[in-house]
Design a protein around this ligand. Structure first.
Ligand SMILES: [Mn+2]
Length: 310
């Protein structure tokens, strides 16, 4: 049982995935609070920079370190579908909390609920099932992950609304979370949004919106990778668009693909062909050794094949 593993561990490492979002980091921060109460030695680890400085409002996020400790005897991972994205070389006991349909069940214990709308929902339910008291800091972290992954409660289930109201009662600050996660647009992100919407193409009878973001566009606007996300979501509000495809040229080479599907198509299934994954409605992948045009063409032909049922 995972609770016993936590009890007997002396140094527990909480791992957020590379370039973490509010769900991954919020989950890890909630556990950080809980484990400190148990007087455990805890390390909050991420293999990359946080990137999005707005996430530093999460309690304990300032404790994050980028060197994996040698004396780790238990690892807990959050919101990460594959072991590779953890960026660690560790072979000991591991507890895997996630909600991605593509999760590879790489843990000793795997708490993967694909019906949960965030990993913080999986953690919240685990805390409740194990009679663990949720303090104000934990509530704030769990709420932040839920808010981000549901796009500020655009996606809901009865369980999610119940969880949200319970966390507010336990001390989560809705206004602070909204401000940090949705209310802080940079001028650079607005400039990029204008460029992206101007260059957007509609293909497959207008049902697929395609965005290609080059390093030059990022340089011109001063924006960063995560700033590409919002225009992608916005395109799905066009009546005819059911799928939105974003391809970003990476500085390190290769192309990062993000896919959003609002109906019929399964984004995770489409990108699994390219080593990616995620959820039915949103997924991501990285393609190496291709130009941005080649990457888009590959994904579009995959979408065409699946849509035609071949
Ligand atoms: Mn998530």
């Amino acid at each position: 049982m995972s609770v016993q593993s936590i009890d007997k561990a002396s140094h527990i490492i909480l791992v957020a995935h590379e370039h973490p979002d509010a769900d991954s980091l919020g989950s890890a921060c909630a556990f950080y609070s809980h484990l400190l109460r148990l007087s455990k030695k805890v390390t909050l680890f991420c293999s990359t920079d946080i990137g999005d400085k707005n996430l530093l409002f999460l309690p304990w996020s300032d404790k994050i370190c980028h060197t994996f400790p040698l004396d780790a005897d238990l690892v807990m991972s959050f919101d990460c579908g594959s072991f590779k994205r953890l960026g660690i070389t560790y072979t000991g006991e591991l507890i895997n909390f996630d909600h991605h349909i593509s999760n590879e069940h790489y843990g000793t214990y795997n708490y993967v609920n694909v019906n949960a709308l965030s990993t913080t929902q999986v953690i919240y339910e685990w805390f409740i099932a194990n009679d663990i008291k949720i303090n104000g800091k934990m509530a704030q972290s769990l709420y932040a992950g839920l808010l981000d992954d549901t796009s500020c409660f655009r996606d809901i289930t009865p369980a999610v609304l119940h969880m949200g109201s319970s966390l507010i009662a336990l001390g989560a600050n809705h206004e602070a979370c909204v401000k940090a996660l949705f209310g802080c647009h940079s001028l650079a992100s607005l400039r990029l949004k204008a460029i992206m919407l101007r260059e957007m193409e509609l293909v497959h009878d207008g049902s697929v919106a395609v965005f290609k973001v080059t390093q030059q566009m990022l340089g011109e606007s001063g924006a960063v990778l995560r700033d590409c996300k919002h225009p992608l979501e916005v395109s799905l509000r066009l009546k005819v668009v059911t799928t939105a495809l974003l391809a970003v040229e990476l500085k390190s080479g290769g192309v990062k693909i993000s896919l959003r599907c609002s109906e019929a198509l399964n984004a995770s299934e489409i990108l699994q062909h390219y080593g990616g994954g995620g959820h039915a409605s949103r997924a991501g992948a990285r393609l190496a050794n291709v130009t941005i045009d080649e990457a888009v063409e590959k994904v579009l032909s995959q979408i065409r094949n699946i849509a035609q049922g071949s």
